[in-house]
Design a binder for this molecule. Structure first.
Ligand SMILES: [Zn+2]
Ligand SMILES: [Zn+2]
Length: 91
């Protein structure tokens, strides 16, 4: 083969492509390049918003949504059930 051609794997869709561009990372900038750029942007936004401590297990996590309060659905449900029990106990 041609030594100037590199075999790379797209960082987004994992498709194997052959390219002459040394630092190419994506099969196509229009599709996968943009997708990863947007992904990184939203990830950055999440980090800027700051990590949140799960009130259930105390684990630090990056909320996917601005109003997310628990690290997982399981913790949200667990805490909800726990609160229900304490509410009953105090009555
Ligand atoms: Zn791709
Ligand atoms: Zn948790």
């Amino acid at each position: 083969g041609d030594p100037s051609v590199h075999r790379i794997q797209c960082e987004c869709c994992r498709k194997v492509i052959y390219t002459q561009t040394r630092n190419r990372k994506y099969c196509s900038f229009q599709t996968c390049g943009h997708r990863m750029l947007n992904l990184r942007k939203s990830l950055k936004k999440r980090i800027e918003r700051g990590a949140y401590t799960c009130p259930c297990c105390g684990e630090q996590f990056l909320p996917i949504r601005a109003d997310a309060r628990y690290c997982s659905n399981a913790c949200r449900q667990k805490d909800y059930r726990k609160r229900k029990v304490t509410a009953h106990a105090s009555l």
